[in-house]
Design a protein around this ligand. Structure first.
Ligand code: BGP
Length: 477
């Protein structure tokens, strides 16, 4: 038996444009970084190509063709009782090259219709402006966010969307999982977050600090402009909240976990507090990175703090000081060790519902702002039975346990939580691997890793379960 949540709690689901829309080159859409990534797997990272090679397996090109199925799909979300629907606006539908003088009307119209369709059912759109899909032209021509000019391109895109949808969208987020690029050696994460090739950088970590700074300025400027366009907008940041636990009670492990959190959280520190935390200023200085940060930038960061914190929560990680030296730590991944108390998914992600309660408390203590869980879920293989049923009890079990912890955080710990949108409410292309068969949805889509299938939508057992959860406002789990 679960606990009740506030009456206006935003139950829903989350997706991102490039992972479900398909129609990658229709109606004037330009090429995004997602369109030039090949399929990978749990062990093999996606390959980021220098441009598009027609005929290869680029999973995002068709995805689940939401572009042409969105009415049918939103109807299914409404049937589950969604109060909100989180998606992103494909930057390349609006500005195909990123530096275009004028926006693409056909792209703007697609989202007008989509948001109207949501409102038809009383579903509130929750919109991420940039979710791993920067125009590829900005990568080749400008080096993405390693270039200050990209700030203006993003702000133009953001204000175009704010102006156009000011009466249709209230909840916004600027950049998806902006803190993920702290893994500065990971070519996938630097490309998807900031649009540059890590192997072309003289010092990948210095490049990350520069790109992240410009991106944070872009985010703050967007918040400021958005508030001018509609003071009622709620504009949030979006981070990947990963609890880093000390592996033991050895004070070295405790200190290390604190350092790792500093290296992860400074993005949201800047977005919530409007300034760089001391530990990161010092870290940048002692490593001699010298990013271009002007006095004017610092004012903008102060003026453009966010209203709420959107975050994804999937898994926790343990860190051990036996593997690294705390003061020389750069790459967080090198400190990570398995947690013997936790099981993992087929993709090796820990399953840790209590980590969600920890995250909710941690973020509340650190920032004192409303929170929004905008992603949570478990990627799994699903089996379609002969009668068409999909018995995904493992998914229900995962979500139930996380919702229980979320309800404790609200009711026992006093966390101010706006809503909950599990990831991939309809099956879609995995961001990390490009696979279709790593599924998160309440709704199954008939398409496999080879790109075959009818694209037919089918309700899984979890569809009916989540419908009941929403109807009882979280009591009937
Ligand atoms: C987050 C992203 C999503 C999403 C999710 C699951 O990092 O914001 O876009 O895909 O993770 O990851 P994956 O698709 O790799 O399973």
């Amino acid at each position: 038996m679960g606990m009740k949540l506030p009456k206006d709690f935003l139950w829903g689901g989350a997706v991102a444009a490039h992972q479900l829309e398909g129609a990658w080159n229709e109606d004037g859409k330009g090429v995004s970084v997602a369109d030039v990534m090949t399929v990978g797997s749990a062990t093999q990272p996606r390959e980021i190509t220098h441009g598009v090679l027609p005929g290869k397996n680029y999973p995002n090109h068709e995805a689940i063709d939401f572009y042409h199925h969105c009415k049918e799909d939103i109807k299914l979300m409404a049937e589950m009782g969604f109060k909100c629907f989180r998606t992103s606006i494909a930057w390349t539908r609006i500005f195909p090259n990123g530096d275009d003088a004028e926006p693409n009307e056909a792209g703007l119209k697609f989202y007008d219709d989509l948001f109207d369709e949501c409102h038809k059912y009383g579903i509130e759109p929750v919109i991420t402006l940039s979710h791993f899909e920067m125009p590829y032209h900005l990568v080749e021509e400008y080096g993405g966010f390693t270039n200050r000019k990209t700030i203006d391109f993003f702000v133009k895109f953001a204000t175009t969307c704010f102006n156009r949808y000011k009466d249709k969208v209230k909840y916004w987020m600027t950049f998806n999982e902006i803190d993920n690029q702290s893994e500065f050696n990971n070519p996938f994460l630097t490309m998807t977050n900031s649009g540059y090739f890590v192997d072309e950088q003289e010092n990948p970590e210095a490049a990350m600090f520069q790109a992240a700074h410009y991106e944070l300025v872009a985010s703050a400027l967007a918040v400021k402009e958005g508030k001018k366009i509609n003071p009622d907008f709620q504009i949030g940041c979006m981070i990947a909240c990963t609890p880093y636990y000390p592996n033991t009670s050895d004070p070295d492990d405790i200190l290390l976990a604190q350092r790792v959190n500093q290296l992860r959280c400074w993005f949201s520190d800047v977005q919530c507090n409007g300034e760089y935390p001391k530990a990161i200023e010092k870290y940048i200085e002692r490593n001699g990175f010298r990013p271009d940060i002007t006095a004017e930038d610092r004012i903008v960061l102060k003026e453009g703090t966010v209203d709420y914190i959107g975050f994804s929560y999937y898994a926790s990680r343990n860190v051990s000081a036996s593997k690294v030296k705390i003061d020389d730590l750069h790459d967080i991944d090198q400190a990570v060790v398995p947690n013997k108390y936790l099981k993992t998914t087929d993709w090796g992600w820990t399953i840790d519902p209590k980590g969600l309660r920890w995250s909710l408390n941690f973020l509340t203590d650190r920032y004192h702002k409303p929170l929004f869980i905008v992603e949570n879920g478990m990627g799994a293989f699903d089996k379609v039975e002969a009668d068409g049923a999909i018995h995904d009890s493992y998914r229900i079990d995962y979500l139930r346990k996380h919702i229980e912890q979320m309800e404790k955080a609200v009711n026992l710990d006093g966390v101010d939580l706006m809503g909950y949108t599990p990831w991939g409410c309809i099956d879609l292309v995995s961001a990390g691997t490009g696979q279709m068969d790593k599924r998160y949805g309440f709704i199954y889509v008939d398409k496999n890793d080879q790109g075959e299938g009818t694209l037919k939508r089918m309700k899984k057992d979890s569809f009916y379960w989540y419908q009941k959860v929403i109807k009882s406002n979280g009591e009937d789990l």
